[in-house]
Design a protein around this ligand. Structure first.
Ligand code: ADP
Ligand code: MG
Length: 614
């Protein structure tokens, strides 16, 4: 037990011991050629599984042809060593670069869209590369393959340099993966896996993130491929671009735990060593195929998360953390919050409501779902500096209008301008970078991330520098904690968002949107499901932010809150605006009462609701 807790308190200790042990092994026993071979093949598989994990574990886009990158690296080294006599070890960085270029080209074609096309393309890339390697005789020597020069060192220690090279690449690959996971880029990848639409709405350029992740996942396998070619000394297209190799990568990552840092390494050792045992004791290559097939089935059925997450879950069960509740007292007594600018501020000009200056203009926007016209030629203006309300019965198209404005959906017709820029053709993240933020009627936090990770996932701009900035340290994380304190959720910074109550999630989602320094926030039923005692606090938050220049467009059924907080009020019915103006005018408009209460309202059918409106 005490050994366990020693490791639990120092999470780096186990990997360091592991790396040191592996590094010392060939020093102590340099002539153990066979065990070294088994281990270095495990390192090679680990390098690939760790790379695969970046695009397929973090971002959730499964690559089934990932061995193509080792093949490309191998061929790069093979061709260069035969043509110009370059040592394959020196060719390794070039192997990495060739793999990255291939990933960017394939990714740029297929990763612009969402979904399953990617899986198919990854297999196609592997097979197409094999066909090219067979047919481009002049470069690759076709099916006859390439024979590389033998290494110059003594045969007695023939494997040691390869062992060291693969070990170094494996540890560097893990370090690279760990670094990615700490950056906003890595947080964004997990965000894409969890909810790609939501990620785009908070400024994550999903296309660029995915292509970059695919490229990053190819680099270390490409380098390792060059070393592998030297190790094999013979390359042919069928061996280098092999589907079974890709299956092993997926299996390794699934066995160990995809999306975790060390899972792919653990899985690679398990898979690689069992494959070796199967070959030795089980009768060769046939038994490997059976073993992998069987293992895949067992893992998917009984261990869907992989070994590492299962062990971690067991550990957490033995060391439970107490459940906490929203710091309502803290939130209610918190004073005025001063919006603190981001590290490089984009100034938001505060000021009074300027009814004549529009911040958001919606003109003639229409959206049909089959025969249903959800938004029907809608016109709406949000004045700069205002808290504008959008009210209307359920199903009148308010959420759909939000989706059209923020780019979650494309309008069939019409025009949307934001702060003078036409935005209806822009992808959602660019609208986010311009200063448009939103919350969702049913909150869409990234449930497997902690609250703090949720807070730092938004990308306030599209710069590479912002992308590679550390997500959890520094001023951004500090701002995140302040905003969490502001909404009464600071204590939950390290809680997984999925463990929060519905109302708590709403508060975090509001704080999350504020991270991008929006000029306009669209709130979709912010008070729905929130503890009534917090509703007043919520109004105060909105008013505070508004005083500092943030505009709001609020959809809300809590009519007293709307009438007290918002001006102007826009009334929506059946997809278009039926009334707008100051709350007083709208409150007494018979058309509005009719829309809300149906034809019979004047007969006193629902006096209570009519009373609320009055
Ligand atoms: P509100 O937010 O005002 O309650 P919505 O915008 O959610 O209304 O819905 C307006 C209408 O559009 C409803 O009839 C709803 O069923 C329909 N609708 C909304 N989203 C979709 C969708 N993705 N596919 C088909 N119909 C939809
Ligand atoms: Mg709605």
């Amino acid at each position: 037990m005490s050994v366990f807790s020693a490791f639990a308190r120092r999470p780096w200790l186990l990997p360091v011991l592991f790396g040191a042990g592996l590094a010392l092994y060939p020093v102590i026993r340099p002539y153990d050629i066979y065990p070294q071979t088994v281990l270095l093949l495990a390192f090679l598989l680990a390098i690939q599984a760790v790379g695969w994990n970046i695009i397929s574990g973090y971002a959730g886009y499964v690559s089934l042809g990932h061995s193509v990158f080792v093949g490309l690296g191998s061929y790069t080294a093979g061709v260069l060593s035969v043509r110009i006599g370059l040592n394959p070890l020196l060719a390794a960085p070039l192997g990495g670069i060739v793999a990255v270029v291939a990933a960017v080209l394939a990714g740029a074609v297929v990763l612009r869209t969402r979904g399953h096309a990617f899986v198919i393309i990854t297999i196609a890339l592997l097979l197409a590369t094999q066909v090219i390697a067979v047919n481009w005789d002049a470069l690759t020597n076709g099916s006859d393959g390439i024979t590389l020069p033998l290494p110059p060192w003594s045969r007695d220690i023939q494997n040691v340099p390869f062992y060291v090279a693969f070990l170094v690449l494996m540890l560097a690959g893990v370090a690279f993966s760990a670094w990615i996971r700490r950056t906003r880029f890595g947080t964004g990848l997990v965000a894409i896996r969890e909810d790609e639409g939501k990620a785009a709405s908070i400024g994550v350029d999903t296309t660029r993130f995915k292509i970059t992740a695919y490229a990053a996942s190819a680099f270390f396998p490409g380098m390792a491929g060059a070393v592998y070619a030297y190790f094999l000394t013979f390359l042919n297209p069928v061996g280098a671009f092999n589907v079974l190799g890709s299956v092993m990568i997926v299996l390794a990552a699934l066995v160990g735990g995809r999306g975790t840092l060390w899972g792919p390494v653990i899985g690679a050792f398990v898979v690689s060593i069992s494959a070796e045992l199967a070959t030795v004791y089980g009768g060769g290559a046939q038994s490997r195929v059976l073993l992998f097939g069987g293992a895949l089935v067992v893992v998917v059925l009984f261990l869907p998360a992989g070994l590492l997450p299962v062990v971690q879950a067991w550990w957490r069960r033995r060391h439970p953390v107490a459940i906490e509740y929203t710091d309502q007292g803290g939130a209610l007594s918190a004073g005025r919050y001063e919006l603190r600018p981001r590290v490089e501020p984009v100034p938001v000009e505060p000021g009074p409501v300027q009814h004549d200056v529009p911040l958001l203009e919606v003109r003639g926007v229409t959206k049909r779902f089959g025969g249903l016209v959800a938004v029907d030629n809608a016109d709406l203006t949000v004045p700069r500096g205002s808290i504008t309300a959008l009210i209307g019965p359920n199903g009148s198209g308010k959420t759909t209008l939000f989706n059209l404005v923020t780019g979650t959906m494309r309008a069939d017709a019409g025009e949307v301008r934001f702060d003078g820029t036409r935005i209806d053709r822009l992808p959602p993240w660019q609208r986010g970078h311009l200063g448009l933020g939103r919350t969702f009627q049913l909150t869409r936090l990234f449930r497997s991330m902690t609250v703090l990770e949720n807070m730092v996932a938004p990308m306030p701009d599209g710069r590479w520098r912002t992308m590679v900035a550390d997500a959890r340290d520094g001023r951004e994380a500090e701002r995140a904690r302040e905003l969490l304190a502001f909404v009464g959720m600071a204590r939950f910074a390290d809680t997984p968002a999925g463990a929060l109550s519905y109302g708590q999630q709403k508060l975090v989602e509001l704080a999350q949107v504020l991270m991008t320094e929006p000029k306009l926030v669209l709130l979709d039923e912010p008070a729905g499901g929130v503890n009534p005692s917090l509703v007043a606090r919520l109004s105060q938050i909105v008013r505070d932010l508004n005083a500092q220049g943030v505009g709001f467009l609020v959809v809300e059924h809590n009519i007293p809150m709307v009438l007290e907080l918002c001006d102007p009020v826009v009334v929506f019915s059946r997809g278009s605006v039926i009334a707008h103006g100051p709350p007083d005018i709208v409150r007494n408009d018979p058309v509005v009462l009719d829309a809300y209460l149906g034809e019979d309202w004047s007969d006193g059918a629902s006096p209570a609701v009519a009373e609320v409106l009055k």
